[in-house]
Design a protein around this ligand. Structure first.
Ligand SMILES: O=C(O)CCC(=O)C(=O)O
Ligand SMILES: [Fe+2]
Length: 485
């Protein structure tokens, strides 16, 4: 589950470092072997040179006679054995040992998750695929770029996971970016392959004319691809039939999203109308800590408390959480279990009062601010989002029950979440805000600040206006911690 937290990606850099070392050793080994082979060929050639000088004299010598026979028997059989051995075999075995000692992403699962993160960013922030591939992320130019191979893999995963929409654009970008690196032949990356996938993707999206046009370009480069010639003819036949029937040729449209989801995405893009906010300061009389409170909404009240937690406290929380992070789940009332899915892509770790001396300090501070007793508080949750990591629209209280009885039990067991305190543990360069679609409020993470709101109305019912979501992180690694009362 490496794509669901940026924190875990540091481990993958270590993995890759070990692999590079391993490949280097393999390369040195190959170089030595090549050197040996060269010497061998030179030795053989020098024998033949002697022979050419005087053919009969050479073979008069019993030593030469014997050596020739030995070379072509015992020694040649050894060369045959050498040639039959896969030189990479030994290294492959060592690679599997490496895989046990280092964190390895799961293939294809982790690649699929990573692609779905990219797709979410693309979708939510309406990113132009070509500019993104060239390192431009929502108006900012960075120096990392996607390669032609990267783009083909993104397109392929999209096709294989049933998300064909826009997969053709990825293949087209892979064609634009193609540079003939001979070493890529080893991994089978050729320009023909990019074109063929683009044709496939167009045809899967019912864009037959698009498919034909790409086939034409490919056939101009390489006319001998019979498969392409055949499928091109097939598309032309289909187009003719559709036209005869009067069916309009139409590319499939993008999947339709529910309106709440569209409102959530609009908030992520900063499209809610600007609101004036009030800045208040109040003193917590219990321990005389001043809180810098900014009210972003009243009824229901949502406030931001600036400088709620210090940098040192943040570092402690991150360091105790890092080794314990696991994939975050969403509680399913019917199944009575947490389910991991695409609606919440982050990792978290939970902390109780006894786990670290900082936890009761934070709990007291939260209690002081919220004026709710933290006696019934759940544990504190520290979370880190991954590539395109988000938390889709949800309520923090248990959802209106389908099964009233089981809901009552749940409330009895866990209590419902009266209030939420969400603490941001870093600034986010792009994306990652917390949005309330019903209230048209978007809060951008600011290191050390906390957002606070009540989830329940005074009569104890869930307040549906508190529907909220965490926007996909576009640039940065989002850390936060959250407490419910
Ligand atoms: O990370 C965020 O911005 C919101 C997180 C959230 O809503 C939750 O964990 O319940
Ligand atoms: Fe939430």
């Amino acid at each position: 589950d490496v794509a669901s937290s940026v924190s875990g990606l540091q481990e993958l850099m270590k993995t890759e470092k070990a692999l590079i070392k391993h490949l280097e050793r393999y390369l040195n080994f190959q170089e030595v072997e090549v050197e040996f082979l060269e010497r061998k060929v030179q030795q053989l050639k020098s024998e033949h040179k002697k022979y050419e000088e005087d053919k009969n004299k050479y073979l008069d010598n019993p030593i030469n006679q014997f050596r020739l026979i030995r070379r072509l028997t015992s020694e040649w059989s050894k060369w045959e054995k050498y040639l039959s051995e896969e030189v990479g075999d030994v290294f492959l075995k060592k690679t599997s040992v490496l895989k046990q000692n280092y964190l390895f992403p799961e293939y294809p699962k982790d690649l699929n998750d990573a692609v779905s993160g990219i797709r979410r960013l693309q979708d939510t922030y309406k990113l132009n695929i070509k500019s993104f591939a060239n390192g431009e992320i929502d108006g900012t130019q960075y120096d990392s770029k996607l390669s032609s191979e990267d783009c083909v893999d993104i397109g392929l995963v999209l096709v294989l996971t049933g998300n064909i929409h826009l997969s053709d654009v990825w293949f087209e970008v892979s064609i634009d970016k193609f540079i003939d690196h001979p070493e890529n032949k080893i991994i089978g990356h050729t320009i023909e392959r990019c074109y063929q996938f683009a044709i496939l993707s167009k045809s899967l999206q019912d864009d037959l004319e698009g498919a034909v046009s790409i086939a034409d370009t490919l056939l101009a480069i390489n006319p001998s691809l019979t498969e392409v010639v055949e499928s091109r003819e097939d598309y032309i036949k289909q187009i003719g039939e559709l036209k005869k029937k009067g069916v309009p040729l139409q590319k499939r449209s993008s999947p339709i999203k529910p309106s709440t989801f569209l409102k959530y995405e609009a908030g992520c893009r900063g499209e809610y109308p600007a609101k004036s906010t009030k800045l208040n300061c109040f003193l917590n009389l219990k321990n005389m800590t001043p809180f810098k409170v900014e009210q972003v909404h009243s009824n229901p009240e949502i406030v931001i408390v600036h400088d709620f937690i210090s940098d040192t406290e943040i570092e402690i929380l991150k360091s105790i959480a890092k080794p314990l992070l696991t994939r975050a789940t969403i509680f399913n009332v019917d199944k009575r279990a947490g389910i991991a899915g695409n609606d919440r892509t982050s990792q978290y770790a939970w902390f109780e009062e006894n786990d670290h001396s900082l936890i009761p300090i934070l709990n007291r501070r939260i209690g002081g601010m919220t004026e709710l007793s933290m006696r019934f508080a759940e544990k504190i949750q520290v979370m880190n989002y991954g590539l395109g990591g988000h938390y889709s629209t949800h309520y923090d209280y248990f959802d209106p029950p389908r099964n009233k009885e089981s809901f009552k039990n749940l409330q009895y067991e866990f209590g419902n979440r009266i209030a939420t305190v969400l603490v941001y543990m870093n600034d986010i360069e792009q994306g990652g805000s917390t949005v309330f679609p019903e209230l048209q409020i978007a809060v951008q993470p600011e290191k050390g600040s906390a957002v606070f709101w009540y989830n329940l109305k005074t009569n104890g019912d869930g307040d549906t206006r508190t529907l909220h979501a965490a926007c996909p992180v576009l640039y940065g690694s989002k850390w936060g911690n959250i407490a419910f009362d």
